[in-house]
Design a protein around this ligand. Sequence first.
Ligand SMILES: CCCCCCCC(=O)SCCNC(=O)CCNC(=O)[C@H](O)C(C)(C)COP(=O)(O)OP(=O)(O)OC[C@H]1O[C@@H](n2cnc3c(N)ncnc32)[C@H](O)[C@@H]1OP(=O)(O)O
Length: 226
Amino acid sequence: MARGPAQATDTGRERIPRKGRVSGVSGATNRPESAGRPSLTPPPDATAPARHPDAPAPGELLGAHYDQCFGCGEGLPHGLHLAARADEGVSVTAEFTVQPAHQGAPGLAHGGVLATALDETLGSLNWLRRAIAVTGRLESDFLRPVPVGSVLYLSARCTAVAGRKIYSSAEGRIGGPDGPVAVRAEALFIEVKLDHFTQNGRPEEIRAAMSDPDQVKVARAFEVNP
Ligand SMILES: CCCCCCCC(=O)SCCNC(=O)CCNC(=O)[C@H](O)C(C)(C)COP(=O)(O)OP(=O)(O)OC[C@H]1O[C@@H](n2cnc3c(N)ncnc32)[C@H](O)[C@@H]1OP(=O)(O)O
């Protein structure tokens, strides 16, 4: 579990030198590729996350934010079809059933697919804050093998916010919502502007997503406040 702001020590926080910029790629980080790995621990000035007043009520399904999303979209036959539900505060629960298309070793879920399930669940927290954010860092632990056919019961919560940095943690259990923890992760999401997508995404998909007559779908594709 991530430590809350009150317990944060932040002694390992690094200042990132501004040399080694990536040029010509809008939205790409300014951090040099050789930079050390900044902490997943919130700094002392981090604050508690606030739930948006229009966030879905606890228990309400969030629905897919984009039908071509590999994590939650309904338009991809081999996607995860992960279904997330709002919980109290800035937290969610989600379920994902491991299909044969998700195997790594025979009969077992691929670790990258499980990381995707964690990432998607963590990403859905942004909708409760109505923030547009992308995963900057995702640190995963794989504690138990997850067989094909199992339901992974996920839960995630946002723990702190510091400027554009959003700290969160998630875990996935098997055998039931109270079963043993099979996977867990801590993450740092970074808030971005809409142009992160419009300037970097392939134009065909951006155009298609933007021209959907359903304005709520347009907003949700990029997790923008409608
Ligand atoms: C619509 C939503 C869909 C959700 C789908 C599920 C979530 C996803 O999978 S998103 C897809 C995967 N993620 C991505 O593609 C992101 C690719 N990366 C990027 O575009 C950039 O690196 C980005 C936007 C994260 C950061 O770049 P930039 O905006 O230039 O920020 P930058 O100035 O480098 O960093 C801002 C702060 O974040 C910190 N930071 C940035 N990246 C990291 C990182 N990887 N680890 C730790 N800290 C980081 C920096 O240290 C800095 O901290 P401080 O303010 O204290 O100095």
